[in-house]
Design a protein around this ligand. Sequence first.
Ligand code: PRX
Length: 660
Amino acid sequence: MSDLETAKQESRVFSPPAAFVANANISGMDAYNALCAEAEKDYEGFWGRLARENLQWHKPFTKVLDESNAPNYKWFEDGLLNVSYNCLDVHLKNGNADKVALIFESDAGDVSKISYKDLHEKVCKFANGLKSRGIKKGDRVVIYMPMSVEGVVAMQACARIGATHSVVFGGFSAKSLQERIVDVGAVAVITADEQARGGKHLPLKSIVDEALALGDCEKIKDVIIYKRTGGNINFVAGRDLWMHELVAPQSNVCEPEWVSAEHPLFILYTSGSTGKPKGVQHSSGGYLLWSLLTMKWTFDIKPTDVFWCTADIGWVTGHSYITYGPLAAGATEIVFEGIPTYPNAGRFWDMIQKHKATIFYTAPTAIRSLIKAADGDAKIHPKQYDLSSLRLLGSVGEPINPEAWMWYYKHIGGEKCPIADTFWQTETGGHMISPLPGVTPMVPGSCTLPLPGIMTAIVDETGHDLPNGQGGILVVKKPWPSMIRTIWGDNERFKKSYFPDELGGTMYLAGDGAIRNKDTGYFTITGRIDDVLNVSGHRMGTMEIESALVANPLVAEAAVVGKPDDTTGEAICAFVVLKRSRPTGDEAKQIATELRNWVAKEIGPIAKPKEIRFGDNLPKTRSGKIMRRLLRVLAKGEEITQDISTLENPAILEQLKQAQ
Ligand code: PRX
């Protein structure tokens, strides 16, 4: 039985512990239902109340939601605020200046603690530094940095001056970086000399140099470098400057730039079903409101918590649950530079013990790989560590299979911590469907119920509601404050991708399939319905990888599909036709390695196919369309039972089945 089948048939139910419920920010199903009813009754009133109560406005908004240009919805538009002010200054004013904001642990294990006051000062000085370079409201700044205090400071400093940041994950290649710099029209790049990961130093600045040398980056005036390792870099006079030198002479007072709630806080690129990544544009007010509220609701954040989200700031999870949500909530949070397996696979458990983390938020892939490691080495099994500080666990980025859920619940949570299996996306800005820890009885593998105010539903291809128990397309029927505003530079693509006419043009199409349990109405995500793969919780477009492969001079044609993988959830499997004859044996292995490295150079190591199979051709219909569903079956190693009568070249299936 597949994991999904197991998840759908899962009947175990785990209720939140009574003591948790008693103290929770949303306590009990009645409280949840009351919030949902409030939203149902007066949608704008509900969001307006929350925005007034939770954010500090420089100038209050007079209108909650503007639908006149739907689906380009606007929230709280005439309200003025500043995101960095809401994340930092408010806590200085509330007597929390000396509270620890960030506990930073380096790859090597060195720990430093930064108070809200220190963080505020760092952000103000860097913001003044950016201003001194002429960077101003509305400019775009690309951030290509390791996990660091400085990374958070860079993002917050942009927010403070109203510059829109676009963070590019440090694992992306020079080419991917350049494409993003060009598409977003950035005026500066903030980077580091190198990053330290797993005991190794990996380059960043030299990749920026390479990216800029690829061309079309004339708008870039400054490359600001955080000195992380002190490794050798090439320093371009007049363009490059050290972060510490820029910051040193700056004042620690920086009046925030008050911006409209609709001002773009950031643009984050993510993969879609076509070749080019999309720049997902988020707002300031609505986005901040939801990252803060979900900290309170999903993560039940309290002043005494030590919150740890293991994501990287290069992904949306790092934006919402490292840089913005926890700081807006005035929490103490852990920022970790390294990887879960260095110096050994007990690193996460060691850090939870050391820092007395109370809330831990990670991805199923990490859990699955740590299960394997713990099974293989008793010394790093979580039972060797004191994890009793934990009170809540979270999961994000991909479906969590019931087996991994149970292990997480038992061995990490000690059967006393609720697990928030949070379903959401880069486009949604924050959690959409998740158990609330003081409310929802949990079923392993199900993300359960939508958060109050989030109007999720399951419909068929024509947009009609489907009854519980019937799988279909996951949609959101009403706009919500933290939703994507547009695709940077391509509003038509935004409308087509997320509000397709087939669904009436008003429903947000998530791109995932889902099913609701007949009795409970709980949602289970059944996977993407488009050509997007989810590898280790990283979103990859199959066409993006195919374009990279066919750009190689050896390759004539390529088709990429996902196949289930025990650790990474899905793995990338590429079927490739070369311009020359089909290689076999050692030669095939060697060319496969070459192509894998090529993809790493074109996109980044995360996009490397796990498996490459060579064929004389690809299975195609008579009209020339590649039959991907057959490739998916082949990739899984299953027998083809589907109808293949429309297939032009059936013999190819046998070849691709064997070609490993
Ligand atoms: O397919 C869903 C899956 O990840 C996709 C979103 O990826 P991304 O934009 O990179 O954001 C990841 C972090 C929020 C979704 O369309 N996904 C995310 N969370 C879950 C999930 N699938 C199942 N269960 C989840 N909890």
